[in-house]
Ligand binder design. Structure first.
Ligand SMILES: C[S@@+](CC[C@H](N)C(=O)[O-])C[C@H]1O[C@@H](n2cnc3c(N)ncnc32)[C@H](O)[C@@H]1O
Length: 277
């Protein structure tokens, strides 16, 4: 299929009686240069051999524009798609060649073995839930490459001290080195989104926190950034002795703490001592 042709996309949607659904963030990529750019970025970023199950997971394949790029890599691919009509199209196009997990990714990925990589042009409404859920699940995924709303990429890469530094920045940066690869203009999508987009690459850090520590980091960041103008002394009244033990100034605000300090505090609260002790 010609993914660049809006009339071909419309015909396909009509033939399968698929109405585009805003709630599923359906903005299809209609520019081959952008698809190749993302495809070659993924190819360059994947570790070889691909660890974990050796699969690449694609979230939200839609009509398969990025999937067709991924197939060129010659690696096993697993698709996660929620829209029943779109799933019919994918089955017609790929038959049994590519397994499809049908339903909401937030449910369907649970319990599967960790893949070698997760990629996708993510639905913008749900991406803010999907990325933290993957991190919190404890799945050790070495590489993730996502096309996202530009504003979400700003939060993912944000250094401390910026107004974009958030609970999401801390959680993700505790596990991944995050890089903004390139921006993607609204004109390469059908329908055209209201916002700018960008591609983010997430590479897993060595010594990622355990699942238990990750849960505690999430909790701490939600508390702290839920009232980001308050000092730590006021937000974490119950943890003042732990703050002191970790050498954290309680007069600071959460956006002044780097991800490592949230991790240190989480570990201290769980009774995990630093390796040097
Ligand atoms: C931005 S479109 C990307 C489509 C295609 N990959 C492309 O680039 O042209 C997002 C896709 O994610 C699917 N989707 C939305 N919410 C989802 C969810 N919770 N779980 C799985 N797929 C979802 C949509 O149906 C849609 O196909």
């Amino acid at each position: 299929m010609n993914h660049n042709s809006i009339s071909e996309i419309r015909d396909l949607l009509d033939r399968h009686e698929i109405g585009l659904k805003k709630r599923f963030g359906q903005n299809f990529l209609t520019d081959s240069a952008t698809r190749h750019r993302i495809g070659s970025l993924i190819a360059r970023t994947l570790p070889t051999p691909l660890p974990g199950s050796g699969e690449i997971w694609e979230i939200g394949p839609g009509l398969g524009s990025l999937t067709d790029e991924l197939r060129g890599l010659g690696l096993p691919i697993r698709l996660f798609e929620i829209d029943r009509g779109v799933i019919r199209v994918l089955r017609e196009r790929y038959g049994d060649e590519l397994p499809i997990e049908e339903g909401d990714f937030l449910d369907t990925f649970q319990g599967l073995p960790a893949p070698g990589a997760i990629v996708g042009n993510l639905p913008y409404h749900s991406a803010g839930a999907m990325v933290p859920r993957i991190v919190e699940s404890g799945l050790a995924v070495p590489v993730m490459v996502f096309l996202l709303q530009s504003e979400m990429v700003d939060r993912l890469v944000s250094p401390r001290g910026c107004k974009t530094y958030s609970a999401l920045s801390v959680l993700v940066q505790s596990h991944y080195r995050v890089e903004r690869a390139f921006s993607v203009p609204a004109g390469v999508f059908y329908p055209r989104p209201q916002v700018g987009s960008a591609v983010a690459v997430l590479r897993e850090l060595p010594h990622r926190p355990s699942r238990e520590v990750t849960e505690r980091i999430s909790l701490l960041t939600r508390e702290a950034f839920g009232q980001r103008r308050k000092t730590l002394r006021n937000t974490w009244k119950a943890w003042l002795p732990a703050l002191e033990e970790c050498g954290i100034d309680p007069g600071l605000r959460p956006e002044e703490l780097p991800p490592e300090t949230f991790r240190l505090l989480a570990e201290r609260l769980l009774g995990i001592l630093p390796e040097s002790e």
